[in-house]
Design a protein around this ligand. Structure first.
Ligand code: NAI
Ligand code: MG
Length: 492
């Protein structure tokens, strides 16, 4: 045996390596003790008199108290948005609107470290993701839509595009600032004003964004932020002064909103859950596919609506793939979101952790085989070990329901036809992935997969120019690209 081969034999397992801590500086962001609502450019105490706490899910430490907006507060915010719409924003020269959006984009870039730390503290996601994905993409969305603001006639020739009015926007906790950007940038570019409600566990970056609006000298009332829980969201949906609701969140709430708005004439777009198939053929570049599978399901602790949560593997490569995947899992670093080496951070909330545990228990009960790498979890906070289920039948809950956690269900197929049939065997239709070296097979698959987005030999790639959205129970309407602009316009 050569020396090299011998050394390979005795190489320490990755678990024995210790990384030095690489913490991002936390003191770059300073939170207020209490945040009021942002209405007509002012921070105001809620008429409801109610407040709630937002914590760091990694340490359970209190970060700040936040106003819980009641019906009267929502009414004031909608009134402020209407006033700003009628008396300025909708009549502003489009190139002026663009100027504000460009300013916001640049300020987001300038303050990206601060905002990334705030995002990781409030929501639990690894700093390398908030720094390298959430913040750059949020700025990119403002840049992109700033560019369209004075070109609407070119984007929709001969259709006389006009803004809708006041948009009510309700966003979830998995990409708080990025979802804010997806919602606010196209709405403002099209000439609307907005009332946005952040999710209850992650309101802080939206509240810091109010300071970005102030810095950009955005006219008061163009952006209003009402923090609160589902009841606040429901008040916004019901408010007769709102012309459009844009919602991202659970299918259950999306259905309730659609019922509420049926027949009212209020415009609606819904971006709901998913149960994406990530389909791996035996001719793929296997190591590359392993990275795509890991990124597909463990990115952002699996709190991703388009996560590749159902892995469909061609039977001929099942064994090598699963063994490589398990080995790769042992190298994932779970822990402090502010450590730059962390791959998997904290689960966003106790409620979400309980939901994940319940579904994982159902997987074991129904007969799937569970694998979790050895892993030391911090004592405080909400954590879940990256998990793979094999021996999964299509009927199991873990193959049907959105887990929204770092949990992968592995199924197999033999032929492309069977892969398509299994991939489409879901109530959702948001995204899918295909891994193969054959271009013709990619095209054949994408024609048949019933999903809004199909990635080929990659996963979880986002770009502001590219429309995103689903069908079936994943919702309707598109965000991103010109499609995203269209959702905030009306035409003759
Ligand atoms: P959720 O749908 O309750 O929350 C999303 C947003 O909607 C939050 O801002 C919330 O305050 C608001 N909301 C809640 N009830 C409302 C109502 N009746 N009217 C108007 N707004 C309302 O989602 P939740 O409970 O946080 O998560 C449950 C599951 O939903 C997750 O496990 C996941 O499967 C899915 N989900 C999907 C998301 C996606 O990106 N598509 C995002 C968040 C959750
Ligand atoms: Mg929080």
């Amino acid at each position: 045996m050569t020396d090299v081969a011998k050394r390979k034999d005795v190489a320490p397992a990755p678990l024995e390596w210790e990384y030095a801590p690489a913490p991002e500086a936390r003191d770059i962001v300073r939170f207020e003790e209490r945040y009021g609502l942002f209405v007509a450019g002012e921070h105001v105490d809620p008429k409801s008199g109610q407040w709630f706490a937002t914590i760091s899910p990694a340490s359970e430490e209190l970060l700040a108290e936040v106003a819980l907006a009641g019906p009267e507060d929502v009414d004031l915010a909608v009134g402020a948005a209407r006033e700003a719409y009628e008396n300025g924003w909708s009549g502003l020269r489009p190139s002026e609107r663009a100027k504000y959006l460009f300013r916001i984009a640049r300020i987001l870039q300038e303050r990206s470290r601060e905002l990334a730390v705030a995002e990781s503290l409030d929501g639990g996601k690894p700093i390398k993701e908030s720094r390298d994905v959430d913040l750059p993409l949020a700025a990119a969305h403002f840049f992109y839509y700033a560019g369209w603001a004075d070109k609407l006639e070119y984007a929709f020739p001969n259709r006389r595009p006009r803004p809708l009015g006041v948009a009510g926007q309700i966003i979830p906790w998995n990409f708080p600032l990025l979802m804010l950007a997806w919602k606010i940038a196209p709405a403002l570019a099209a000439g609307n004003t907005v009332v946005l409600k952040p999710a209850e566990t992650t309101p802080l970056t939206a509240l810091l964004f109010t300071d970005v609006c102030r810095q950009a000298e955005l006219p008061p009332g163009v952006v209003n932020i009402v923090t609160g829980d589902g009841s606040t969201g429901a008040h916004l949906v019901k408010h007769p002064g709102v012309n459009k609701i844009a919602f991202t969140g659970s299918t259950e709430v999306g259905k309730a909103i659609q019922r509420e708005l049926a027949g009212t004439g209020t415009h609606l777009t819904l971006e709901l859950g998913g149960k994406a198939a990530n389909i791996v053929f035996d001719d793929c570049a296997l190591d590359q596919a392993i990275e795509g599978i890991v990124n597909g399901i463990y990115f952002n602790q699996g709190h991703v609506c388009c996560a590749g949560s159902r892995l469909l593997v061609q039977e001929s490569i099942y064994e090598p793939l699963v063994s490589k995947l398990k080995r790769r899992l042992t190298t994932l670093r779970v822990g402090d979101p502010l450590d730059k080496n962390t791959d998997v951070g904290a689960v966003n909330s106790k409620a979400q952790l309980e939901r994940i545990r319940e579904l994982v228990a159902s997987g074991e009960e129904e007969g799937a085989e569970i694998y979790q790498p050895p892993c030391r979890l911090p004592e405080k906070g909400y954590w879940f070990v990256p998990t793979v289920f094999t021996n999964v039948a299509q009927s199991y809950r873990i193959a049907q329901e959105e887990i929204f956690g770092p949990v992968l269900s592995v199924l197999t197929f033999r032929t492309p036809e069977e892969a398509v049939e299994k991939a489409n065997n879901t109530a959702y239709g948001l995204s899918a992935g295909v891994w193969t070296e054959k271009g013709s097979r990619i095209l054949w698959m994408t024609e048949r997969l019933r999903a809004g987005v199909v990635w080929a030999n990659t996963f979880n790639r986002f770009d502001p120019t590219s429309p995103f959205g689903g069908y079936k129970e994943s919702g309707f309407g598109r965000e991103g690209g010109r499609h995203g602009l269209e959702a905030y316009l009306t035409f003759d």
